[in-house]
Write a protein that binds this ligand. Structure first.
Ligand SMILES: Nc1ncnc2c1ncn2[C@@H]1O[C@H](COP(=O)(O)OP(=O)(O)OP(=O)(O)O)[C@@H](O)[C@H]1O
Length: 242
């Protein structure tokens, strides 16, 4: 397994949020996490990313225990967190600048602008772009990290329904090229079905994996997604029971 979480627990001020959570993601797999509001999804991503210490349990990458911040993860939060005073190019090269390889980061960024729908906007500022474009810029910044696992926390949550649908199509199309292992937290059942190889449905607090659903489809498109009534209903009922 690329990523393995074993027996991870976490409590805040005496309230148990995660209790002996176990989950795993295979190399190159796209796994989505759905769960009731406030059950601890972001907390789990924060622990995996090493931003928050676990109260127990361990996180393994390629079979090795990881603690604290490691180069394995690139984390994209819900807000795009672009610096308004920096151009799109400078924003997406942020990690390259921090790591001292700005030149290489700029080359990679410029080569990727087209693929990320940002060609021609390199020297514009974030407030000159649409919400979807800003999310793509934030996504490019995440993708330019050398990290092999992308942690995406509701990356399209702030977008209107049309932009969100477009971003889902875009991510579905670009996923193979990215060639990364992806863990996505979402509130959107359709988003999880559309994008994932596997969906993990968490229980209410303390959260654990309540159900795991493998989504297998040769080819996916919006028509295919509309036909997934049974799957949608199944996930909805699991979430509603919580
Ligand atoms: N640093 C913290 N200190 C205290 N409590 C916290 C902290 N971080 C999160 N919590 C609490 O832990 C619980 C789980 O939060 P978390 O953000 O992980 O849930 P979530 O499932 O991602 O929520 P949502 O679905 O609303 O995005 C919440 O009740 C939250 O208030």
């Amino acid at each position: 397994m690329k990523l393995q979480v074993t027996g991870v627990s976490c409590a805040f001020e005496g309230a148990t949020i995660l209790e002996k959570m176990d989950m795993a993601v295979a190399e190159g797999e796209f796994v989505s996490i759905l769960g009731p509001s406030g059950c601890g999804k972001s907390t789990l991503l924060n622990i995996i990313a090493g931003l928050l210490p676990a109260g127990g349990g361990q996180v393994f990458v390629d079979g090795q225990v990881t603690t604290g911040i490691s180069g394995h993860f690139a984390y994209m939060p819900q807000q795009d967190l672009l610096f308004p005073w920096k151009t799109i190019l400078d924003n997406v090269c942020l990690y390259g600048k921090i790591n001292g390889n700005l030149r290489q980061a700029k080359e990679q960024a410029l080569a990727s602008m087209e693929k990320f729908g940002l060609a021609g906007y390199e020297h514009q500022y974030p407030d000159q772009l649409s919400g979807g474009m800003r999310q793509r810029a934030a996504f490019l910044r995440t993708a330019l990290c050398q990290a092999d696992i992308l942690l995406l926390d509701e990356p399209f949550g702030a977008l209107d329904v049309i932009s969100r649908g477009d971003m889902q199509d875009w991510l579905a199309a670009i996923r193979k090229e990215l060639g990364r292992t992806i863990l996505l937290v979402t509130h959107d059942i359709d988003e999880a079905i559309y994008l994932s190889d596997r969906v993990l449905v968490l229980s209410g607090r303390p959260a654990s994996v309540k159900r795991e659903l493998v989504i297998s489809a040769k080819e996916r498109n919006k028509e295919w997604l509309f036909q997934q009534h049974d799957l949608r209903q199944e996930i909805y009922h699991i979430l509603k029971e919580e």
